[in-house]
Design a protein around this ligand. Structure first.
Ligand SMILES: Cc1cc2nc3c(=O)[nH]c(=O)nc-3n(C[C@H](O)[C@H](O)[C@H](O)COP(=O)(O)OP(=O)(O)OC[C@H]3O[C@@H](n4cnc5c(N)ncnc54)[C@H](O)[C@@H]3O)c2cc1C
Length: 585
């Protein structure tokens, strides 16, 4: 984690940007170590409890699993929620990059718990960016401190991927609005451990134009807050039920009913009918966080599988005396290396992408800010889609390494697989991320931002070629071929999207996975170049950089060649995908 943060993503340089609380390397490391302690001592022990007990609704309140309330209060008391926010409102002014790494710790310790904190992070950014001063003054401090939590309320029974179908109504009522309707699947829509819960709700005004351009965003508090900031009566909405589900059972997924007694009081964020624009701030935030969930679950699944592989004795292995622990079997090694290299590639990719978020806000050069914003916009759907798809594979391998014990709940391996399963569904499925990538970020941009990325990848390839690293030629060759496949995929897309109207959406999954795989290779090769320099200088006393080099080589030999499968499938276009008539299925 420290290698990816400091050496690949440049945390020290980011922390020195204007507007961020200047922190030296020791301080940043101390924060990470303290997070590690909190994650393992407070959050991880209640992960299984949340899974086993789930949550329930009693008298219009959600009751979380045992220990979650105490853990949340300890979380707030330790000041974890305020890490990346403006000191003028009680935040600590630390980089989003550091907060990302800390979030990875929460996620891998207890994903169900961490969802509550992450939604609040996204809501704060949305309110900071779009709300008027009065709303900011009234709500931000308590959200930043964590005394209040927040949710995002988009989904309705008829409006999932398609938010244009949102029906929840908002009526003007003087200085505020009255909200009526039903939302489903609202994560941490209610709980009993924070003083208040602030819902960011999408709803439609009576005179709104149809479709996506007619939706507005409202801040709807569970308890009304008066001018002095004092909490008053309960607002007119409540959780009707919580869903029974495959994973993240410690996180309540609520059906929420708004306005049964005449309308829940809400306050407009941004302008009327511009809710989707505002909500995109929260959704982009959440998409990066969900990408991290793919990583966090994979990392924990790997640690668990590794410990088991070092302990479980089974069979004999070539060249080894007697019965061996299963880590000696090449096929188990293959699985562990896939998990290790996959998680390291995801982390490097996630952190370097998040570093762009900090630069987009704090770089002294305004052009550089705009550049980083575009880079982040290009990579966000890849981070969300690729890390969560890869997370499925790696958590499944975690079960496989355990054999039958992986299928038995006691080991915990199965929970990571169940928990990670939601990540490529919520916050926009992988298909929706692929469409965003191909349609908005590549075709609409005529691949300008993608071309810059490809040029950076090629520069890394040039550096590798200069190094002549021993044993690295195959990985290096696959990397070059991967960049070529991405380039050809770009050309195919730009050449075919007008002639075949189904082409962009038919190929978007393969395009996204191809691009994610090459992005992983790009970062692993950057890591290899740094590691090679350390090894060559004799600055690798504990073998850390040697392991990095081998892991990067493994990624190059075992993950990067996947690009050819994605590319060939992409070139088939939409023909065989669309050829069957509906009744021929
Ligand atoms: C546990 C959980 C927690 C959640 N938390 C929240 C929350 O806090 N707040 C919130 O607002 N929502 C939340 N959601 C909702 C979640 O974001 C949606 O489930 C998700 O966006 C998909 O919508 P859907 O379930 O209606 O599926 P659908 O939109 O019905 O999609 C079904 C399938 O069709 C595909 N599809 C749909 N439209 C298209 C299209 N145009 N092109 C190509 N393919 C398409 C999808 O990719 C998917 O494979 C949560 C859901 C779950 C299960």
């Amino acid at each position: 984690m420290q290698f990816a943060l400091f050496e690949l993503a440049g945390l020290e340089q980011i922390a020195a940007l204007p507007g961020l609380a200047e922190s030296d390397r020791e301080t940043l490391i101390a924060v990470l170590e303290e997070a590690g302690r909190f994650g393992s001592e407070v959050l991880a022990p209640i992960n299984t409890i949340g899974d086993q007990q789930g949550t329930r609704v009693e008298e219009k309140n959600v009751i979380p699993a045992d220990g979650f309330g105490d853990a949340y209060r300890a979380f707030v008391a330790a000041g974890w929620q305020s890490l990346p926010f403006d000191p003028a409102r009680g935040g600590q002014g630390l980089p989003v990059l550091l907060s990302t790494a800390v979030n990875e710790v929460w996620l891998s310790s207890n994903m169900a718990f961490s969802l509550c904190c992450m939604l609040t992070l996204g809501a704060v950014t949305t309110i900071e960016t779009h709300a008027n001063t009065a709303l900011k003054d009234r709500y931000l401090r308590k959200l930043i401190s964590g005394e209040w939590t927040a949710t995002m309320d988009l989904t309705e029974p008829q409006a999932g991927s398609d938010l244009a179908a949102v029906k929840t109504r908002a009526e003007r009522a003087g200085g505020h609005y009255l909200i009526t309707g039903q939302k489903i699947y609202i994560t941490w829509g209610d709980q009993n451990f924070s003083e208040n819960i602030i819902h960011l709700v999408l709803a439609r005004l009576p005179d709104a134009p149809p479709g996506i351009k007619g939706i507005s965003l409202f801040l709807v508090p569970k308890f009304l807050v008066n001018d002095g900031g004092v909490i008053g009566e309960r607002n007119d909405f409540y959780p009707v039920s919580v869903e029974h589900k495959l994973g993240i059972r410690g996180s309540p997924t609520c059906v929420m009913s708004f306005g049964d007694q005449g309308g829940a009081v809400g306050y407009l964020i941004g302008k009327e009918h511009n809710g989707i624009g505002c909500m995109f701030t929260m959704m982009n935030h959440a998409r990066i966080d969900v990408g991290l969930q793919g990583l966090g679950n994979s990392e924990r699944a790997y640690r668990l599988a590794l410990a088991y592989a070092k302990e479980r004795v089974q069979g004999t292995a070539p060249g080894q005396p007697g019965r061996v622990t299963i880590i000696h079997h090449p096929d188990v090694r293959r699985m562990l290396m896939l998990m290790k290299a996959g998680a390291e590639a995801m982390r490097a990719f996630a952190y370097t992408t998040t570093a762009s978020l900090d630069r987009a806000h704090h770089d002294p050069d305004l052009e550089a800010r705009a550049w980083h914003e575009t880079r982040c916009a290009l990579l966000t759907p890849v981070l969300k889609g690729w890390c969560t798809e890869l997370g499925q594979e790696l958590c499944s391998l975690g079960v496989q390494v355990h054999g039958g014990m992986g299928f038995i709940e006691e080991t915990g391996a199965a929970q990571f697989l169940r928990d990670v399963r939601i990540t490529n569904i919520f916050e926009g499925t992988t298909g929706i991320q692929g469409m965003d990538l191909v349609g908005r970020k590549v075709i609409k941009d005529n691949a300008r931002a993608l071309n810059e990325l490809i040029a950076e990848m090629q520069a890394v390839s040039g550096q590798l070629a200069d190094l002549h690293m021993e044993g690295y030629a195959t990985a290096q060759g696959h990397y070059l071929a991967g960049i070529a496949a991405l380039t050809k995929a770009r050309d195919w897309l730009l050449a075919n999207y007008t002639a075949d109207i189904n082409a962009p959406n038919a190929v978007c999954f393969n395009f996204l996975m191809l691009m994610g795989t090459v992005c992983g290779a790009w970062q692993m090769n950057r890591a290899a170049i740094i590691a090679q320099a350390k090894v060559a200088a004799g600055a690798d006393p504990d073998g850390f950089y040697r392991a990095k080099l081998i892991t990067a080589r493994f990624y190059g030999e075992h993950f990067t060649p996947r690009v050819h499968g994605y590319f060939q499938a992409l070139c088939a276009g939409s023909d065989s995908i669309m050829a069957l008539a509906e009744d021929e299925f």
